[in-house]
Write a protein that binds this ligand. Structure first.
Ligand SMILES: C[S@@+](CC[C@H](N)C(=O)[O-])C[C@H]1O[C@@H](n2cnc3c(N)ncnc32)[C@H](O)[C@@H]1O
Length: 258
């Protein structure tokens, strides 16, 4: 990520006008998306209900695009990137893993294939994307691995056992989350982490003003999220080497202090 792109405020009028002049072909899709989103926000005032409706609308068109992949090749590549990074940074077949916002198993099918039977637990707020996740599971013939795929309304995680998960993962989830949703997750994730376990999450990073676009994309300063984790008694660090991967987001790792 260039220093310049880290300072952009995408919600600002100057940025929007400049962007529209540089990409005139994107004006009509943007206007359509903002109109749809304004309608969905009116119908669903809470963030989770609103974002669930966004996912329903996007997944009805194309589930791979709904999780952010322009093409099937990108869907495969993004899943592989997540898997390779975690496999190189501590994931082992015997681990129990919770994948928050598992989507349609873009990376999840690789985790399921790699982990021992029953050790993958995926949760998501969107029933539509979980239906697509089951299709992915079938496509890759991973039924025997018996993963758990569960709908959730919030990130209190109260239905999960204490000190259970070695790895908790949330890829491209906090990039779509207001701060109170991230705060809720960080307030509760420590309880379900096994001793020595860790929680990796990605986020859209800014080094300028924190901002959001259409209540769909949220940009945070690294320090905001590190401090939030520390407020909940967790250790947190920025994962520098993730920056070398061809991905627009940044990554933080959170640990329960021993
Ligand atoms: C961009 S997709 C990424 C999916 C998957 N992690 C991947 O990388 O392929 C974001 C997913 O997070 C889910 N999501 C958004 N907010 C969530 C929340 N607060 N709790 C759980 N899932 C959430 C969405 O429904 C969607 O499936």
């Amino acid at each position: 990520m260039s220093r310049k792109s880290l300072l952009i405020n995408r919600s600002g009028l100057t940025h929007k006008v400049g962007y529209a002049l540089r990409h005139p072909g994107r004006i009509t899709p943007y206007v359509k998306r903002s109109t749809r989103d304004a309608w969905l926000r009116l119908k669903h005032p809470g963030h989770v209900a609103y974002y669930r409706a966004v996912m329903a609308s996007d997944a009805a068109r194309n589930p791979e695009a709904a999780v952010g992949s322009r093409s099937h090749e990108r869907w495969l590549a993004l899943g592989e990137m997540q898997f390779n990074y975690l496999a190189e940074h501590g994931l082992a077949p015997g681990h129990r893993m919770l994948d928050i916002g598992c989507g349609n198993l873009r990376a999840g099918w690789r985790f399921i294939a790699y982990l021992d039977t029953g050790n993958y637990y995926g949760i998501d707020i969107s029933p539509d994307i979980l239906i697509s996740a089951k299709q992915t599971l079938t496509t890759y013939e991973l039924q025997d691995k018996l993963p758990h795929l569960t709908i959730t309304q919030d990130l209190k995680l109260e239905f999960l056992p204490s000190a259970h998960f070695d790895v908790v993962h949330a890829h491209s989830v906090f990039s779509h989350s207001p701060l109170d949703v991230i705060d809720e997750c960080l307030a509760h994730v420590g309880r379900i982490l096994a001793p020595g376990g860790f929680f990796d999450f990605t986020f859209d990073r800014t080094e300028g003003a924190e901002h959001q676009v259409l209540r769909e994309d949220f940009y945070y300063r690294t320090e905001t999220l590190l401090q939030l984790a520390r407020k909940h008694g967790l250790e947190a660090r920025f994962m520098d080497d993730w920056e070398k991967r061809p991905h627009g987001q940044s990554k933080i790792r959170v640990n329960n202090p021993a």
